[in-house]
Ligand binder design. Structure first.
Ligand SMILES: [Fe+2]
Length: 466
């Protein structure tokens, strides 16, 4: 084990001591946290899965080892305690262990509580607990990062920004993992439309560490939202070697690159990225973060008029084992797109029934969001596929300002804006054609440089006869 990872004493000196006497457990915990924050697998420690396992091998009673392992499995959003007995047992073990250790700190108890809440579907409550931790100890990077990612899943863009805004000034630049705060803060700024500040902060993060995939990602968002496609392509292609090795995020960063290509009608380029990176990553990892991007890219390409050929069937094969997960309604929406794209009616029916059964049987933030927004979105997608775009518009238009609740970024949720416009254009209701023109004006007003919007405006005006 490399000497630079923090042992028991180093964590104590840093200000976030952990309840274990095993230096090896502390070092492996540090390695796990570092890889999580940096979105990469460090080959010198055998990758993040290995360091998570080694943390607990070194000290099976290390509560925070259980917290980070369970927390990461949950936040990966590809499984849950309903369907995964090992994970459910892991949560039980963590809770029991915490209850049996008299010396556990209040901060560690809160960590256990937050992960337990998340596993019960109470994601927003979990964030409140992580924020409690940060009020007491602004250096608790695990609390900060878990909260950051969960805010993202909940569409809580302002809390995501402010969470960093509160603690960032309290850190010193000599502290381990300090540089990663820039990418996190930048993303919060970007998601609250503060593009100039976000760009500056992401730039600083990249100055400190050009391989910081989250700062790269935030920069990609700024360029996307500002309609700077040429710069975006240049930035992503020019820095590819720095971030493509961050396996947990590279698919998503490639997705951002492909968005610029679709804007510029370079479908072959976008499909090349899809085939070589997004689909391959999704197939290799099976991770929702990867397969939602693959589905999103195919849908965008198809809506814009590209021929995606047999790709829907291939991606459906990758996602089909997740049809009953229901961890995030955002994931479910994208899984449905794959079922519809593959023209697999049985899969569509299965998914819709499975979602409705889950809504009846479970509770939590995602149940509420699915009832309010996620299920209607699914119904709109189905209606569109069944050649009833007018119904898709009638369902989605009144809900559009609530779609942020399904989480993800503005750029990811733009899929729904585009879908509504396409449905309105295809509708047989002339009022919907007018709506499409208005929505396109609105789109142009917030992002003036968008060849895709211009193409859609041309299409809408060709349809406009009155
Ligand atoms: Fe993104």
């Amino acid at each position: 084990m490399h000497s630079h990872w923090r042992d028991c004493k180093a964590w104590q000196q840093f200000g976030t001591p952990w309840s274990t006497t095993s230096n090896e457990a502390c070092k492996q915990f540090d390695a796990s946290l570092t890889q999580y924050v940096g979105w990469y697998d460090d080959t010198s420690v055998g990758g993040i899965e290995k360091s998570l396992d080694k943390t607990l091998e070194a000290d099976p009673n290390f509560v925070m080892g259980h917290v980070i392992k369970n927390g990461l499995e949950l936040l990966g959003t590809g499984t849950n305690v309903r369907l995964n007995k090992d994970l459910a047992n892991g949560i039980d073990t963590m809770v029991k262990l915490a209850g049996s250790q008299a010396g556990l700190s209040d901060r560690e108890k809160k960590h256990v509580n937050a992960v337990k809440l998340w596993s019960d579907g109470e994601m927003s409550d979990a964030c409140n607990v992580w924020e409690d931790i940060l009020m007491e100890n602004p250096y608790d990077m695990l609390a900060l990062k878990f909260a950051h990612d969960t805010y993202f899943y909940l569409g809580y863009s302002t809390p995501m920004r402010d969470s960093l805004g509160r603690v960032f000034p309290q850190w010193k630049d000599s502290m381990p993992l300090y540089g990663y705060l820039y990418g996190m803060y930048s993303f919060g700024l970007e998601e609250t439309n503060l593009y100039a500040e976000a760009e500056k902060i992401a730039g600083k993060g990249l100055e400190i560490n050009p391989r910081d995939a989250w700062s790269t990602h935030s920069m990609a968002h700024v360029l996307e939202m500002m309609g700077r496609q040429d710069e975006g392509i240049k930035f992503m292609s020019g820095t590819e070697n720095n971030w493509s090795t961050c396996g947990m995020l590279s698919c998503h960063n490639y997705w951002h690159w492909a968005l610029h290509l679709i804007e510029k009608e370079d479908y072959q380029g976008a499909l090349g990225i899809y085939d070589n990176h997004c689909f391959n990553s999704a197939k290799a990892s099976g991770a929702p973060l990867d397969f939602v991007d693959a589905c999103s890219l195919l849908m965008r390409l198809e809506m814009d008029g590209a021929n995606v050929e047999g790709r829907w069937k291939d991606i459906y094969e990758v996602i089909k084992s997740h049809e009953d997960d229901h961890v995030l309604t955002f994931n479910d929406n994208h899984i449905l797109l794959a079922c519809l794209g593959a023209e697999n009616k049985a899969a569509v029916e299965h998914l819709m029934t499975s979602i409705k059964d889950w809504l009846k049987q479970c509770k939590g933030d995602q149940v509420n969001i699915t009832n309010e927004v996620g299920l209607p979105i699914c119904e709109a997608f189905v209606a569109y596929k069944e050649d009833d775009p007018a119904r898709a518009v009638d369902i989605l238009y009144p809900l559009r300002y609530k779609i942020i609740k399904i989480g993800g970024s503005h750029a990811q949720r733009d899929l729904y804006n585009l879908f509504l416009i396409h449905a309105a254009l295809r509708s047989n209701n002339p009022k919907h054609h007018k709506l499409a023109r208005f929505l396109l004006q609105e789109r142009k007003s917030v992002k003036s440089c968008s060849p895709m919007t211009d193409r859609l405006i041309q299409r809408a005006m060709a349809q406009h006869v009155d």
